[in-house]
Design a protein around this ligand. Structure first.
Ligand code: ZN
Ligand code: ZN
Length: 411
């Protein structure tokens, strides 16, 4: 008897209600902190299945299912959509102009609901406490903090482990796990540098912030190439440079928007120190009349899996899906705010990725070297996970990962 038979047998029957619900949620996407309908549907279902439902951070929902003594598992899904106009042509495409579930959070929601119902209906097979958490506003990095600020840590039983997953444009039917870093820490920085404005014909009367900003952009390229060890991962992108409005006026300031990604908090701190040093140095070299300003925003924590918990969950996936379906994923350069929740409790967590592209399409693109060109990724208006088998795999993954703790033999 394999794990699928003794652990999550029959869970695919949940698809009968999951598929219509998924299409319904996909059709009605809601932006971060405005997930009112999604949140209400989640809460109503959880209450019906016997979960003790609590609300945190506005639209955030936690459902607690206490089932005797034993471990406490927290599983999380994010609920928010993106300001994207859907271009998939699906029969269940977004009915809301300019809003789309382009990051599969709708699938995360319905998969976790499927695991929740399954565990509620199979209480005789496990012991402990299963807490499901539906988080708002992952895309703006605000949602997990909003739930914590609203008393989440004191408002649910203290978990022993936390679980989360993300649907990705990799081969459907596969699951990727890894110990250690799986998603990067992300930081955005708004830098304002000051010059002295003048008529465009009289540059000698100015401190030109356009030239200053250009010099900063070039010098910042050395933070990764010259200051970060070659084996370390670091990204520094200057995504926007804004200064001036017309040809014959030298403006008095420039603004730069930077995005950073790192897998190590030490590398992150060193990058931030280097950026501030370079900007201050270039401002001094230019004779800038005022100190530069740094504003840090859209900050995402590092997501780094606990090695022991990852091994336990990976073993459960291997039993549930077979060794061929489970692979070790490389860390992704994307970022997530999930880890703030386990970090608030000081507990280990596991975050894994679920494939969503039909195997024949994915394998052809890999063979042709055209994955990036041919396969729409998360946040693309054309991103559309294959419902079959992605929803079933994501559902079983959440149940199997939870049962790796809840159904464990005592001792
Ligand atoms: Zn996203
Ligand atoms: Zn996402």
């Amino acid at each position: 008897m394999d794990f699928a038979e003794n652990g999550t047998a029959g869970i695919e029957q949940e698809l009968d209600w999951q598929v219509p619900l998924y299409e319904e949620v996909h059709r009605h996407p809601e932006l971060g902190l405005a997930e009112h309908q999604t949140s209400a549907a989640v809460a109503a279902n959880l209450a019906r299945w016997g979960f003790d439902v609590r609300h945190f951070g506005g639209t955030g929902v936690a459902g607690v299912l206490a089932n005797g003594a034993g471990p406490c598992v927290l599983a999380r899904a994010d609920m928010d959509a993106l300001p994207v106009t859907e271009a998939t042509g699906a029969s269940y495409a977004s009915a809301i102009a300019g809003v789309m579930h382009a990051c599969a959070h709708d699938m995360h929601v319905v998969a976790l609901l499927g695991a929740a119902k399954y565990l509620a209906e199979h209480r005789d097979t496990w012991q402990g406490t299963y807490t499901v958490l539906f988080q708002p506003a992952e895309e703006t990095a605000a949602g997990s903090q909003a739930m914590l600020d609203d008393g989440l840590a004191a408002g649910i039983p203290r978990p022993d482990v936390a679980l989360a997953q993300h649907v990705m444009p990799t081969e459907a039917g596969t699951i990727g796990t890894t110990p250690g870093p799986v998603l990067s820490a992300g930081d955005s920085v708004r830098i304002t540098v000051h010059g002295r404005g003048a008529h465009g014909s009289m540059p000698h009367k100015s401190v030109d912030p356009v030239v200053l900003a250009a010099s900063i952009v070039l010098r910042l390229q050395t933070v990764v190439s010259r200051e970060t060890a070659p084996g370390e991962f670091a990204v520094l992108t200057v995504g926007a440079v804004t200064a001036g409005a017309t040809a014959n006026i030298i403006p008095d300031r420039a603004e730069l928007l930077l995005n950073l990604r790192t897998y190590s908090l030490e590398v992150r701190a060193a990058m931030i120190a280097a950026i501030e040093r370079i900007v201050r140095g270039e401002c001094a070299a230019a004779g800038s009349p005022q100190e530069p300003e740094f504003e840090y925003y859209d900050q995402y924590p590092l997501t780094s899996n606990d090695a022991e918990a990852n091994a336990r969950v990976t073993a459960a996936f291997t039993e549930a899906f077979g060794a061929d379906a489970v692979y070790r994923t490389a860390p992704q350069t994307a970022s997530e705010d999930f880890s703030r929740i386990p970090d608030a409790f000081g507990i280990p967590y596991v975050y894994w990725v679920v494939g969503s592209v039909p195997p024949e399409i994915y394998r052809r693109a890999v063979a042709n070297g055209t994955v990036d060109a041919d396969i729409p990724a998360n946040h693309s208006p054309s991103f559309l996970p294959a419902v079959n088998p992605t929803l079933a795999v994501a559902t079983r993954a959440q149940a199997a990962a939870a049962l790796a703790y809840l159904a464990a033999q005592p001792g």
